[in-house]
Design a protein around this ligand. Structure first.
Ligand code: NAD
Length: 366
């Protein structure tokens, strides 16, 4: 899902030419001098429903970087919602600033007002640099917000649901690669045992997998060793480790040429967003190496499914049941990829786009 680079320093700004390529519907620039709010809301596609995507607060090096990020992320949300069968479109917002020093109640509430003005076309949630507390402030000005605490009728932390979806994607991959979805006795390495990774460790431990973990947080490593009998792997050694399944659950863009060359596994199935450094080049490279890659935006959609459930009336059981369907969708994607001789990420994107096109045609008559 590459997007072209936009420079706000050019004397001639080709913004419309660029969003014609990415096909964004609407981009909203939000400015408020009093609170210091500088935000961009990008609504990529609302064929399937209102655009849902979190708000990222980040100290971007330039406004062009912020714009590129929000365009790229919002487009990703369109495909994540579409492949998951949700009646949601794709959108995302970024607030330009330091989340530790520039955030205030006034800034978040003003941002909520801008969202309210979109009349439900954009629904926000927390993301990097924003918290549940921030969403409570946003919620004071608009109902178009999810990811609220359970005490406010929300779904709480989506990470366990995300982990469950990754687990489903992993089991589907095992079925495809080894003929059985059982993870018992399988060697599984997990890079990053944070909110999602640690839940994943728990799930695969229950099934009797042999677990290897890497993280930069010693307390998390100690917990995984003492509670789940995991073995610790240091730094980049995780890429060359001989395992059945490698689960990237920390950083994006780690599936680059060097790391893919090093990989010594059969399956890649993890939670991290945008794992492929270059979607097509590295998608093909993984395919050519004979590894099975479970598309990240498909198998990490449990969190989105959870907040969607919040949007339609929260029910954890329904969210888990819908997340379980990731198993079947992953199997379908593997079938489509083989049939069309394309890499699995491409197959997932093709299927997501097909759903959008099909529903667009349904809506063509009254
Ligand atoms: P998190 O911040 O709780 O966990 C990330 C973990 O990775 C931390 O423990 C961190 O110490 C570790 N880490 C950082 N750098 C590392 C490195 N170089 N090597 C090994 N470990 C490293 O985040 P999370 O919520 O668990 O999300 C993990 C990934 O999954 C992210 O890419 C996120 O975008 C994606 N994701 C999360 C959700 C969700 O529901 N939380 C949903 C979809 C996608």
């Amino acid at each position: 899902m590459s997007t072209s680079t936009i420079s706000t320093h050019d004397t001639k700004l080709d913004l419309f030419a660029d969003i014609k390529t990415t096909n964004h519907e609407q981009i909203v620039f939000c400015n408020d001098k009093a609170s210091g709010l500088k935000a961009i809301i990008a609504i990529h596609n609302t064929v399937l429903g209102p655009g849902l995507g979190g708000t990222r607060m980040w100290n971007y090096a330039s406004e062009a970087d912020a714009l590129n990020d929000v365009l790229r992320l919002s487009r990703g949300m369109t495909y994540k919602a579409a492949i998951s069968g949700l009646n949601l479109g794709g959108a995302k917002a970024v607030i330009i600033g330091d989340a530790n020093t520039d955030k205030s109640e006034a800034l978040m509430r003003k941002f909520g007002r801008f969202i309210e003005n979109l009349n439900g076309k954009y629904i926000t949630a927390e993301d990097v640099g924003t918290t549940t507390k921030d969403m409570e402030y946003v919620n004071m000005e608009t109902d178009s917000v999810v990811g609220l605490p359970e005490s406010m009728g929300g779904g709480g932390d989506p990470s366990p649901v995300t982990a469950y979806g990754v687990y489903m994607g992993m089991k589907a991959s095992a079925k495809r690669a080894f003929g059985s979805d059982s993870l018992s006795g399988k060697k599984i390495s997990i890079q990053g045992i944070g909110k999602v990774g640690m839940h994943l460790v728990e799930l695969v431990h229950k099934e009797g997998a042999e677990i290897f973990v890497s993280d930069i947080n010693t307390a998390s490593l100690n917990h995984a060793v003492s509670t789940y009998n995991a073995k610790v792997v240091v730094g980049n050694e995780i890429y060359g480790l001989g395992v059945d399944i490698f689960a990237p659950c920390a950083l994006g863009a780690i599936l680059n040429t060097e790391n893919i060359n090093a990989l010594n596994c059969s399956i890649i199935a993890g939670a991290a967003n945008n794992q492929l450094a270059d979607e097509n080049e590295h998608g093909d490279m993984i395919k050519d190496k004979g590894l099975l890659y479970a598309p990240d935006f498909l198998i990490n959609a449990g969190g989105l499914i959870n907040v969607y459930s919040e949007h339609i009336g929260y029910n954890r059981e329904n969210a888990m049941r819908d997340t379980e369907k990731i198993f079947d969708t992953t199997m379908n994607i593997f079938g489509l990829a083989e049939q069309q001789d394309i890499h699995t990420q491409k197959a997932a994107t093709v299927l997501a786009q097909k759903r959008i096109d099909d529903i667009l045609s349904v809506q063509s008559t009254y």
